[in-house]
Design a protein around this ligand. Structure first.
Ligand code: HEC
Length: 371
């Protein structure tokens, strides 16, 4: 009886695996096989034999670093399109202040694809389809239905109040029976099996950590990492890059212009500035059309500087494919909860709202990288 059961279970597992690969996925069984070997050799030490580690991937260690996240579909790897996954493996996490080593020179392009095939073969169909769909829609995904489906009774009353679509993520906290629910850039805590919701930041008094802020930062880093360098306008550090600053900017905002007039000071101090577009007021805002033009320019850095100095004559029409980034930037800015421009975001996801003079800003940025 017992052996029959085991047989049945293993048959189901086998059936399930080949089913997954058959169902219109981009990779072949062979790639999964090769990828498994390469993954075990190169990645498993950190990400686990079956890409399942680390289950507590949203908690930072004592140094404020994030652990390797699971790649088996239970974390956020599915937020990244194939190119970004390839790039993360090639270049590692350093560009976002992370710990993941880069594999450039150790794995070739074919091998990297096989490794991705292997961990994607662990993704359930609904996650895979969502990933596939998100690449086509190039829109920010919502985790709502996956997680909420799993925790329906817990969020039943909350969903009645605010609707299903608003809930992005539900996760356990380290307090028994207290759940953290993400609603856009807000977090609430569910108590008493979801009968009560408490709004406010959760602080661990033993070590003084603001746990809600940590979640916010993880989400911010993830949201920003959706943008490839090519999507952004980057003013690179002069010489060695010591820190990176992400800036949500609007060409029409006076303090964005002021910050931009000091950008060479930041660059000279070893700071790379990555501009994301954020049109205040959205499509009808004063900077929306100009931002599109800037993003469509051949020399985008020059166009950004021109627009920030109210020189509009040389700007091209904003009707190219890149112009779509203006809407993406707006959604991303709202997602991370910026309240105005410029909004400065450090590599660890920490936000600084508004303009800060370069003399104050530079030490703040350099200090946070050396901690
Ligand atoms: C030394 C530990 C270590 C090794 C080895 C390692 N990683 Fe990572 N990986 C990390 C950490 C830590 C992160 C979290 C981001 C960061 O800090 O860079 C990460 C993040 C990732 C991400 C991004 C996931 C997400 O959801 O954003 C992918 C994809 C990834 N790793 C794939 C791989 C693959 C494939 C290999 C093997 C070729 C590998 N990693 C080897 C530590 C490691």
């Amino acid at each position: 009886m017992k052996s029959k059961l085991i047989l049945l279970v293993s048959l189901l597992l086998v059936a399930n695996q080949s089913y997954a690969v058959e169902k219109g996925r981009w990779y072949s069984d062979r790639q999964v096989e090769n990828g498994e070997r390469l993954f075990r050799e190169n990645c498993a030490a950190c990400h686990g034999q079956n890409a399942e580690a680390t289950s507590d991937w949203k908690k930072t260690d004592a140094n404020g670093n994030y652990p390797p996240p699971p790649l088996n579909g239970t974390a956020h790897a599915w937020h990244h399109d194939l190119d970004l996954l390839r790039r993360t493996i090639r270049e590692g996490g350093a560009r976002l202040g992370g710990q993941m080593p880069g594999f450039e020179g150790r794995l070739n392009a074919e091998e990297i694809d096989s490794v991705i095939a292997f961990f994607q073969s662990k993704w359930p169909d609904d996650i895979y389809q969502r990933w596939d769909g998100r690449n086509q829609a190039s829109d920010l995904p919502s985790l709502s239905d996956i997680v909420v489906a799993a925790k329906k009774p817990l969020t039943r009353l909350l969903r009645q109040r605010i609707g299903n679509a608003k809930i992005d993520d539900v996760q356990e906290t380290s307090i028994e029976n207290v759940w953290q629910v993400q609603i856009g850039n807000q977090y609430v805590y569910l108590l008493d099996d979801g009968k009560f919701a408490l709004m406010g930041d959760l602080v661990d008094l033993e070590n003084g950590r603001n746990l809600t802020e940590q979640s916010r930062r993880v989400d911010t880093v993830e949201t920003i990492s959706e943008f490839a360098d090519n999507d952004l306008i980057i003013f690179a550090a002069k010489g060695e890059s010591k820190a990176t600053l992400n800036v949500f900017t609007d060409t029409s905002c006076p303090y964005c212009q002021k910050l931009h007039s000091e950008i060479d000071k930041l660059q000279e101090a070893g700071i790379t500035v990555r501009y994301l577009p954020y049109a205040r007021g959205g499509k009808s805002g004063p900077g929306y059309e100009t931002l599109k033009s800037v993003w469509c320019a051949e020399d985008r850095n020059g166009a950004m500087t021109d627009a920030k100095n109210n020189r509009f004559e040389g700007l091209p029409p904003g009707d190219c494919a890149q112009a779509a980034i203006i809407d993406r930037g707006y959604r991303a800015g709202n997602r991370v909860g910026i309240r105005g421009t410029p909004a400065l975001v450090k590599n660890n996801g920490e936000k600084i709202e508004g303009y800060v003079p370069y003399r104050e800003l530079i030490p703040q940025l350099l200090q946070s990288t050396s901690q």
